[in-house]
Write a protein that binds this ligand. Structure first.
Ligand code: KIV
Ligand code: ZN
Length: 515
């Protein structure tokens, strides 16, 4: 049996960011990119440079910093998109342009208003233009899962001839089934005369919960690149989860004739970081990275695992990084130990000032909580970084909650350098706090989601609060962490408000017409 390399293309920073409310700042993207490099993913799709100046700068920053992974920018099959992507990846050690155009009848007719001939011509032109910036060009026929196979064969043959080295087959709307998708990949590889000149890739969405199954079926049929995201983040129901694809290929190496080069012990670190930054919690029963993924509740299972682990476990928890980073810091730990631990977690704080602020926050938490775990560190660093440049900051919060009395809160905020205080009552302490904040900011937002998770175990654990707000169709997430969950709630609310106060003008790659 052959043992080819399976290229892992991570699109957490691009498709993952398309999840409503998951948008990331440049610094957050750089933090995640560094963790992905440590995980040894082959390609990092860092964003869609034409979408906004912020997206462009983020791709450029990732391209400059990342040395071991290829950095990719997405572009519609348009000159201006390709030029912007080409510019964004110019500083990369290894850069790629990923260009796409829809090929399904419904997309061509209803969205693009273009014929097959026009789409084919535009695709070829786009690939040729991208080749002027880099030899590493990927082409995707968007909505391939619902495209006519004959047309796919023609357009793919033409773009390979034009210089595309990777052909990505997206199941954009998560419509295909594993057996059919696998056969599609086999058929394309067989029928397209120059198919051996390109690597076939797949990009599956999870609308029917089949993204990983479809990706693996494609790998069985010769795909040698899988596009995926950490925790399965992504547009609508998400993309294929990187951790699931990678561990399936590794665990069932008796079946797959390929391997990845990933350091799987970094999976948990990436999963926690992405969840922490985006505020999208990982469900407890999520494969590989969920809190229960390696927990054995039933007595018979526990007994079996104790006698012989493999009775009920097909993977080792350590292999995906569970427990690997459980080093504990405490209130006597010094700055050096703190800095070293952050380094081990791929967290490099840019300035001494930020390090000092994070260290001060660490000492504050260590006073309240005996043991500080890596999860606490991730949460406190996110907290420090996210509040650094905020216009609205929490100065003080006092809450009274008593049996038989209506809870009330007093909040002092610093808004653009000016301090103001307001008081409000509410049905609970968090409600009173949010109402008091609203007295000061009058944001006219709708609260869509409010969630509390414990960062670690025990009643002294930090609570991590997630808040999702909506205003005029813009959705933002905010996070806050503290051992006091009302304070964490106020921080999360403000974190979200700060994001909505500066609306981002962004293009969505698949929504805009390609003219
Ligand atoms: O889902 C999709 O089709 C995409 C393309 C841009 C590859 O994300
Ligand atoms: Zn996608």
């Amino acid at each position: 049996m052959t043992n080819d390399k399976l290229i892992v293309f991570d699109t957490t920073l691009r498709d993952g960011e398309q999840s409503p409310g998951a948008s990331m700042t440049k610094d957050e993207k750089v933090r995640i990119a560094k963790a992905l490099e440590k995980l040894r993913v082959d390609v990092i799709e860092a964003g869609f440079p034409i979408a906004s100046n912020g997206d462009f700068e983020a791709v450029q920053a990732v391209a400059k910093i990342i040395k071991d992974s290829t950095v990719c920018g997405l572009a519609r099959a348009l000159d201006k998109d390709i030029d912007r992507a080409g510019e964004a990846i110019t500083g990369a050690n290894s850069g790629r342009i990923h260009t796409f155009i829809a090929t399904s009848p419904i997309h061509m007719e209803m969205k693009l208003h273009k014929s097959q001939a026009q789409v084919l011509e535009q695709a070829v032109r786009a690939v040729k233009r991208a080749r002027q910036y880099t030899d590493n060009v990927e082409f995707s026929p968007e909505d391939a899962g619902r495209s006519e196979t004959d047309f796919l064969c023609r357009i793919i043959e033409a773009v390979i001839a034009a210089g595309a080295g990777t052909i990505n087959i997206p199941d954009t709307v998560g419509y295909t089934l594993p057996d059919r998708f696998g056969k599609l990949i086999a058929e394309l590889r067989e029928r397209i005369p120059n198919s051996d000149k390109a690597i076939f890739s797949v990009h599956c969405h999870n609308d029917l919960g089949l993204a990983v199954a479809n990706s693996l079926a494609a790998v069985m049929n010769g795909a040698r690149q899988v596009e995926c995201t950490i925790n399965g983040l992504g547009e609508r129901a998400g993309n294929a989860a990187l951790e699931e694809v990678v561990m399936a290929v590794r665990t069932r190496n008796d079946i797959f004739s390929c391997h990845t080069d990933l350091d799987t012990t970094q999976i948990m670190n990436c999963s926690r970081l992405v969840s922490n930054i985006t505020g999208f919690p990982v469900q407890p029963n999520k494969a590989i990275v969920g809190a229960n993924a390696f927990a054995h509740e039933a007595g018979i299972h526990q007994d079996g695992v104790l006698k012989h682990r493999e009775t009920y476990e097909i993977m080792k928890a350590e292999d995906v990084g569970w427990y690997a980073n459980r080093m504990v810091l405490g209130k006597h730990s010094g700055r050096n130990a703190f800095r070293e631990r952050l380094k081990a977690l791929s967290i490099e704080l840019e300035s001494e000032e930020t390090l000092n602020a994070a260290f001060a926050r660490f000492k504050e938490i260590a006073d309240k909580k005996h043991e500080i775990y890596d999860d606490d560190l991730q949460a406190l660093v996110s907290d420090t970084l996210s509040t650094e440049h905020e216009r609205v900051k929490l100065v003080a919060l006092k809450v009274c909650s008593e049996t038989g009395e209506t809870p009330h809160a007093n909040v002092t905020l610093n808004i653009d350098g000016m301090e103001n205080t307001a008081a409000a009552k509410g049905s609970g302490p968090v409600d009173a706090t949010f109402r008091a904040i609203e007295c000061l900011v009058d944001s006219e937002t709708n609260l869509l989601v409010y969630s509390v998770n414990n960062v670690t175990n025990g009643t002294d654990a930090q609570g991590e609060v997630g808040v999702r707000l909506e205003k005029n169709g813009q959705i933002v997430n905010g996070q806050g962490a503290d051992t006091d969950i009302v304070i964490a709630s106020a921080k999360a609310y403000l974190n979200a408000l700060n994001k909505i106060k500066t609306p981002i003008e962004r293009k969505h790659p698949q929504a805009a017409r390609q003219v």
